[in-house]
Design a protein around this ligand. Structure first.
Ligand code: ADP
Length: 594
């Protein structure tokens, strides 16, 4: 290593180390700190003095010890072997490290992100002699039973392809060569590297205007996410946040799931590490890990690693997006990431802004979510990729006026408001229909194969939401003056709203059928509930009392529609017939009595 890039520690303040003699170093260079070779990153430069955030415990190191600049920014290794990995914030494979060193890994461990020995079978998809540019897919590797890993020409490379060959290769072996105009040869391997703090390039950014279906009714019908969209979910303790996240990871219509866990308390992290690998991909029956990458911060890692984990995760997610996949990234919790920023900022003695967070908090959060998107990928063949980000926030005391929540809500387009109140009432998922929102609502209809049905669903959700809003007002009146004050029509609104809540919004994650609902079935269910509303309204207008309407036996069937398997969906349409028949009967009786 270049001796001139060697400095000396002058001060250690928790996760931040100050070193002098760092002439020639650049911001965000990765450095090795002390004899222990701790990994750090330069986050501030003043003259030849560098402030370094260190990703490992700094106890025991002190002034005078060396700091060596690696002259490279913090980067991740991208290639076969990512899927199924569990990494720490700086892409050290936790599972392999734990195997090699035990649960408490030693400091300065430098195990590479991708396994160096494992061989992958590479199948070229292009011929020698073709002109290639960055992003071109030149072949693939069956990485897991669920993921075909497309090997791409790395950014910045262009020329004529030579020596491409099928065979078994490690990530470091050459699978092809690109010769540029000057005749320079660049070896192409299964692995490429990318600096985590820079977004990977795309050809064009597209509007995220396609619904990303999750099979969760309250989400899809009322607060849908889009492919390449952004969402925020606050999770006060005990609101069912873990279940929501697991449901999304399992069912979301994405090929790849990247899960970043920045837990603080040790047990938060063990939850992810122990539970996630046991989740099953419901569509294939294989473990969900076969299409997932986990980034986890262990409790014995300092805050700076949390800061890095967000960038490591998003870069890996972008890489799979570049292959033309739909990727869902879940970060839990971004509040812990923000706290890490705050701690580093304090150690750097920066001027604090609101709640002690640095003034750049909002900008950092925004630039993270801006890496989401639906894109035209670089290179051939033409393909579209999408990266959606779902960020969990955990404000102290569940207070939504918290700086991190506010900064997040400025940039995300969907807010799923989890409420402890609903969870106590055992209404799951505890997503509050009155305070949640989605700016992607207009794309729900495109999610349907049948366009007319999409239009109709849009209208149904609008009507249903009106009833839910009305319910809130009516309940207030009932509280003040009693139910007697309500007109029959209002009583019906209350009843239908209750049906929307209990028969549609409420969804049991642990029920074999109820755990996932296709858009078509969601449509059938909601249409049936709204059909009840419509038929009852005309019966009331014809003088039928509400009491008998609410007691109709078909109500029970409406409530059980959610348990009707997808293949028997026709049975839900049949319930509408029954509704009409039973209400007609009431009407005839009422007319006869007059
Ligand atoms: P948190 O992570 O917010 O502390 P969990 O996700 O662990 O909460 O949920 C707490 C409990 O709530 C679960 O064990 C489960 O019994 C119940 N629960 C949450 N969501 C659902 C759901 N969609 N369907 C059924 N039960 C749920």
């Amino acid at each position: 290593m270049d001796e001139t890039k060697k400095g000396k520690i002058v001060k250690v303040a928790g996760p931040v180390v100050v070193a002098e003699g760092m002439t020639g170093s650049r911001m965000y260079d990765v450095v090795r700190v002390s004899e222990l070779n701790l990994i750090g990153e330069i986050v501030e430069l003043k003259g030849d003095t560098a402030s370094i955030q260190v990703y490992e415990e700094t106890t025991g190191i002190g002034p005078g010890e060396p700091v060596v600049d690696t002259e490279a920014p913090l980067s991740v290794e991208l290639g076969p072997g990512l899927i199924e990995s569990i990494y720490d914030g700086i892409q050290r494979p936790l599972d392999s490290l734990v195997k090699a060193e035990g649960a408490f890994m030693s400091r300065g461990s430098a195990m590479p992100g991708l396994n160096r020995e494992k061989k992958w079978h590479f199948k070229p998809s292009v011929e020698n002699g073709v002109d290639v540019v960055a992003g071109d897919i030149i072949g693939e590797v069956d990485e897991t039973i669920l993921v075909k890993h497309r090997i791409m020409i790395p950014p910045g490379v262009k020329g004529k392809l030579e020596d491409i060959k099928e065979g078994d290769f490690t990530v470091e072996q050459t699978v092809a060569v690109v010769v540029d105009e000057q005749g320079d040869r660049r070896e192409i391997k299964l692995m490429q590297k990318w600096p985590v703090r820079n977004a990977r390039p795309v050809r064009k950014r597209l509007t995220p205007n396609k619904a990303l279906i999750t099979g969760q009714r309250v989400v899809d019908a009322f607060f849908p996410l889009a492919k390449g969209g952004t969402a925020c979910v606050p999770g006060p303790f005990g609101t069912g946040k873990t279940v929501v996240q697991h449901q999304l990871a399992k069912w979301i219509d994405a090929e790849i799931v990247v899960y970043i866990g920045c837990g603080e308390r040790g047990n938060e992290m063990t939850d992810v590490l122990t539970e996630f690998p046991h989740l099953k991909d419901p569509r294939s029956g294989e473990p969900l890990m076969k299409r997932s990458v986990l980034i986890a911060n262990t409790s014995n890692m300092p805050v700076a690693a949390r800061e890095a984990s967000v960038y490591t995760g998003i870069t890996i997610a972008e890489y799979f997006r570049d292959m033309g996949y739909t990727v869902a990234l879940m970060a839990d919790s971004t509040s812990r990431w923000a706290e890490a920023m705050r701690e580093i900022s304090t150690r750097l003695e920066e001027m604090p802004a609101e709640e002690g967070y640095p003034a750049y908090l909002g900008a950092r959060i925004a630039s993270f979510y801006e890496r989401a998107g639906r894109v035209d990928c670089q290179g051939k063949p033409e393909r579209e990729g999408a990266l959606a980000i779902i960020g969990a926030v955990s404000p102290p005391g569940g207070d939504l006026s918290d700086s991190v929540v506010q900064a997040t809500l400025h940039v995300v387009k969907v807010f799923w408001s989890l409420q402890a109140r609903l969870a106590y009432a055992r209404h799951f998922p505890a997503i509050d229909w009155l305070t949640s929102y989605s700016f992607y609502k207009q794309y729900l209809k495109e999610g349907f194969e049948d366009k007319e049905r999409g239009q109709e669903m849009e209208a149904l959700t609008v009507e249903a939401m009106e009833l839910l809003e009305q319910e809130a007002q009516l309940l207030e009146i009932v509280r003040l003056v009693g139910a007697e004050a309500l007109s029959p029509k209002d009583r019906l609104s209350l009843e239908t709203a209750r049906s929307i809540r209990e028969d549609f919004l409420h969804q049991n994650a642990f029920h074999e059928v109820d755990t996932f609902t296709s858009l078509d079935k969601q449509y059938e269910m909601l249409k049936t509930i709204m059909h009840f509303q419509k038929e009852s309204l005309s019966a009331i207008a014809a003088g039928v009392e509400t009491g008998p309407i609410f007691k109709l036996p078909v109500r029970e069937e409406i409530g059980r529609a959610k348990y009707i398997p997808e293949k028997d969906m026709g049975k839900i349409a049949a319930i509408r017939e029954t509704i009409s028949q039973q209400i007609k009967k009431l009407q005839t009786t009422a007319a006869a009595e007059k």
